[in-house]
Design a protein around this ligand. Structure first.
Ligand code: GLP
Length: 233
């Protein structure tokens, strides 16, 4: 795992963008994408660039159960707003949080991932070390599945909603086993609220209690983080 320390989110976004450009020069066609505040500036860099994505595919990590793309709090809406509306791809995949049969939706999503192997995966990290919505305790063997969000995640994500009660209690998320199949992974983290998780991920024991720690076993992971996020390393 390579850790690159940057001054702030803008510098991190530029470093991430250069890595993406290099991957695309080397033939990357499918991007694994993440939501949250962390990658927003990275998506701005893509939007501002003259890179052509019309031949690219994206596969997103997760979606809240019960929200569809028209809902402003959905991850689908977030992706449209920050990236897809501005930079058209060949195709964009996200789990359907409104699917009537969520188990079938999870299976179908695994099929999509199998048909579009991820060349370059962007990740953020939760304060409790979750990646995607794989909460502590999730088996490292999981593929796409329905998740009960933990209280701490509901609280952390409440800032995007009017009331904490509005935060969905469930999500559908790519599993850790799916994330680990990505050829290259770039994880970004900013701010002191991520410092514990970054320490656990980089230096801690590899344990399902700290989902991101599995990344120690991946051959090509770059962590882009600011001083506050790496303060405990
Ligand atoms: C959510 C998402 C994660 C993201 C995390 C951190 O839980 N499912 O993919 O990494 O939030 O969000 P932020 O970047 O806003 O700190």
């Amino acid at each position: 795992m390579k850790v690159i320390t940057v001054k702030n989110q803008l510098e991190g976004a530029k470093v991430g963008f250069d890595l993406l450009k290099e991957a695309m020069d080397n033939g990357a066609k499918t991007l694994g994408l993440a939501t949250g505040s962390t990658p927003v500036e990275f998506y701005n860099q893509i939007v501002k660039s003259d890179l052509d994505f019309s031949d690219m595919t994206s596969v997103n990590l997760d979606e809240y159960v019960g929200l569809d793309g028209a809902d402003e709090q959905s991850y689908h809406y977030f992706m449209n707003k920050h990236l897809f509306n501005e930079k058209p791809f060949k195709e964009n995949f996200l789990p359907n949080g409104k699917a009537s049969d969520l188990e079938a939706e999870a299976k179908a999503y695994d099929q999509i991932i199998a048909e579009h192997p991820i060349d370059f995966q962007i990740l953020g990290i939760g304060q409790n070390g979750h990646i995607g919505f794989n909460e502590p305790g999730t088996s490292f063997g999981e593929t796409t599945h329905v998740v009960d969000l933990q209280e701490s995640t509901i609280k952390a994500n409440a800032r995007f909603f009017k009331n904490e009660e509005d935060v969905p209690r469930k999500a559908i998320s790519m599993g850790i086993a799916s994330i680990m199949t990505a050829k290259a992974i770039v994880l970004m983290a900013y701010g002191e609220s991520k410092a514990e998780a970054i320490k656990g991920m980089v230096e801690g024991e590899i344990t399902e209690a700290m989902p991101a720690s599995i990344l120690q076993k991946h051959a090509d992971v770059v962590v882009i983080a600011d001083e506050a996020a790496v303060a405990l390393l």
